[in-house]
Design a protein around this ligand. Structure first.
Ligand code: ADP
Ligand code: MG
Length: 306
């Protein structure tokens, strides 16, 4: 097969591992910087150009689109979809996952456990909003934050009010969430591939930090998840429509609560913690899906439809 990896940097751990895994399995693979792709969207004849050449002949595309370039990156991916290239994750699933509020709404509709979450726009509603999520302490989040940046813990009502007012004053979209204290600064990342949890790790923030992101100095260890956690991760991936994703959840006194679903989960932390060849599993799934797709090309509902 001929596989494209949409990635801005071929030296990133995850990109390198996917290239290696694809080559080991006998595929031709090319890393493409999606910000250098440009498109011709003429009726019936979608085309992709890259640094002066025309890109075609790819069987599959692996999107590794950074959160800061979601709009352009998903447009490029959608163009590949229009051209009939099989996407490991569809552009629609990626767009859903990048908006924390949209993800929460979709997950809530399907009954996935979530921290109580509120969303408002008018400063006059702040008091009610705080009450809705059970008062303080509470967590305030930018809808499109990542790596723990833009996630704030407000311990008192005064602090919550002033932070919410500040964000609203800047016209930044935020959501307000019940703080899950009993998670103790840890969360669980379940790595899902094709409807199965293939590895799971617990991430623990450093002392005094409630955010467990590895980018914020958190550490990862392998854990055994419960069957309930496994079921929640699988159903969250399904709701989001993602073949490969990292489902992040908090262990709360009322069971697992999903915080977010990451559509470009990093491979380094999970491969090191689990000692599993996750990149190889991803390429193996692409092989299976491309074959399935050839025999049933109209199966996916959303591909290329926005
Ligand atoms: P990001 O996309 O920036 O990673 P998250 O929503 O995943 O944002 O939050 C970052 C971290 O903050 C989580 O991994 C978790 O450790 C902590 N956290 C987030 N929301 C809550 C919450 N409601 N209660 C307790 N801890 C939380
Ligand atoms: Mg996170």
């Amino acid at each position: 097969m001929k596989i494209a990896i949409l990635s801005r940097n071929k030296n990133l751990y995850s990109t390198k591992r996917l290239v290696d895994a694809a080559q080991k399995r006998g595929h031709e693979v090319r890393v493409i910087d999606h910000l250098r792709c440009y498109m011709n969207i003429t009726s019936q004849k979608p085309m992709m150009h890259y640094k002066g050449e025309s890109l075609d002949g790819f069987d599959a595309v692996i999107p590794r689109i950074g959160a800061s370039v979601t709009f352009y990156g998903t447009a490029v991916l959608r163009q590949f979809e229009m051209m009939g290239v099989y996407p490991l994750n569809e552009s629609v699933g990626i767009s859903r996952s990048r908006d924390k509020l949209r993800s929460m709404q979709l997950l809530s509709r399907k009954g996935v456990g979530l921290p109580i979450t509120g969303f408002a726009r008018n400063p006059d509603d702040i008091d009610d909003l705080i009450q809705e999520v059970g008062g303080t302490p509470l967590v305030i989040k930018l809808l499109e934050g990542t790596q723990g940046i833009g996630v704030v813990l407000a311990e008192t009502k005064k602090a919550a009010e002033s932070v919410i007012q500040a964000f609203m004053g800047l016209s930044v979209n935020i959501m307000v969430q019940e703080f899950i204290q009993e998670a103790n600064g840890a969360d669980i990342r379940c790595f899902v591939i094709d409807g199965k949890v293939v590895a799971a790790m617990k991430r623990q923030g450093p002392d005094g930090e409630f955010r467990s992101n590895l980018h914020r100095g958190g550490s990862a260890e392998l854990i055994k998840i419960t069957s309930e956690e496994r079921a929640v991760a699988i159903s969250a991936a399904k709701v989001m429509g993602l073949n490969v994703c990292g489902v992040d959840m908090l262990r709360s006194s009322r069971g697992p609560l999903v915080m977010e679903v990451n559509s470009s989960p990093g491979l380094e932390g999970i491969e090191k913690a689990s000692e599993k060849d996750i990149a190889d599993m991803i390429v193996a799934v692409i092989e299976k899906k491309v074959i399935e797709n050839l025999s049933n090309p109209n199966k996916t509902k959303t591909r290329g439809k926005g």
